[in-house]
Design a protein around this ligand. Structure first.
Ligand code: AMP
Length: 308
């Protein structure tokens, strides 16, 4: 069992999809990553910040999954990070209606002593300076450093983001963000340009069209499971990342082959996340269900073809 350190937002989200609308519900990159990673045999901790408007019951969710939250700072009188978004009819694209950084604006992360030698570090979506500060606190180079980010930080903290990119091994990013980061429309070109910016491995998430893993000249593709109904894609990218790092932290194997399997595990868990609003579905899944769907994934992609 490996140690996994997760950094990212813990948030209130207000979501609008063609199927309905929510008030403030539990969200945030670190939340979805933690929930997904808890499906694996890992010891994990979250570094994040909330305000004193954040309900204790939500914190209990982490504790019940054995996720260490001693480094989740609660700011007295502060308001929790808030994001709201509205999905278009195809559910593959969305508009951010509001991003209120609130307590995230002045957050100084402190990595718990016991996780300064973590095997895998997942730098989830938040300010690149916070991601850098976490990296600086590690006492040992982790076996794998994984980064997720989004357009918001490219628009607002480009220089700092470029600094983080230089120090990581893997980036997980969606197709539009890969294009924004590189100015390349072709995802193959974008992936190879990103590899010159730091990460040796580039994972490009394409929503319902699956995910691509690039490394040097090699490419691996995992489809998304064709689902009858997608209800709310919020957190799918983070859930993917959580499954990806959860598997790698459990196995402590960071070969290309193992990263390919990690992409499948990430895609598998993301397929659950989208079935209900917010974190709802991730909070009810069990191992048997996850394994069953993993089998479906295998069948979906397996074929025998004779090659001469
Ligand atoms: P995803 O759908 O995987 O891209 O992630 C959605 C989650 O990201 C939501 O729960 C939001 O709270 C969180 N989020 C949205 N914008 C940001 C941001 N700028 N920085 C960090 N987290 C964010």
């Amino acid at each position: 069992m490996g140690k996994l350190l997760i950094v990212g937002t813990i948030a209130f989200d207000a979501i609008e999809t063609p199927f309905g609308k929510t008030d403030k519900i539990l969200g945030g990159a670190a939340t979805f990553i933690g929930l997904a990673a808890s499906q694996f045999d890992v010891q994990s901790a979250v570094v994040s910040v909330v305000g004193d408007d954040f309900p204790e019951e939500y914190m209990d969710i982490f504790a019940n999954l054995n996720i260490d939250t001693s480094a989740v700072e609660r700011v007295k009188g502060g308001k929790t990070f808030f994001w709201s978004g509205k999905y278009h009819n195809d559910l593959n694209s969305r508009d951010t209606l509001s991003t209120e950084l609130n307590v995230l604006a002045d957050f100084n992360p402190v990595v718990p002593e016991a996780f300064r030698n973590a095997d895998v570090v997942m730098l989830g979506n938040l300010h690149p300076n916070i991601q850098l500060s976490v990296l600086d606190q590690m006492t040992k180079r982790p076996q794998l450093l994984v980064l997720d980010t989004m357009n918001f930080w490219m628009d607002n903290s480009w220089d700092e983001l470029i600094q983080v990119l230089k120090r990581i091994d893997v980036i997980t990013i969606n197709d539009e963000e890969a294009r924004q980061l590189t100015g390349e429309y072709s995802l193959v070109r974008a992936a190879s340009k990103i590899q010159t910016m730091g990460p040796k491995y580039v994972v490009i998430k394409k929503g319902e069209h699956g995910a691509l893993l690039f490394h040097d000249e090699s490419v691996f593709f995992a489809p998304a499971l064709p689902l009858e109904e997608v209800f709310d894609p919020t957190g799918a990218g983070d859930t993917f990342a959580g499954g990806f790092v959860g598997y790698l932290a459990e196995t402590k194997n960071t070969s290309f082959n193992s990263l390919r399997n990690a992409v499948i595990h990430g895609s598998n868990l993301a397929s659950f996340c989208v079935e209900k609003f917010g974190t709802e579905r991730m909070l009810e899944i069990n191992k048997a269900e996850v394994d069953r769907r993993l089998r479906q994934f295998k069948e979906l992609t397996q074929f025998d073809i004779e090659l001469l």
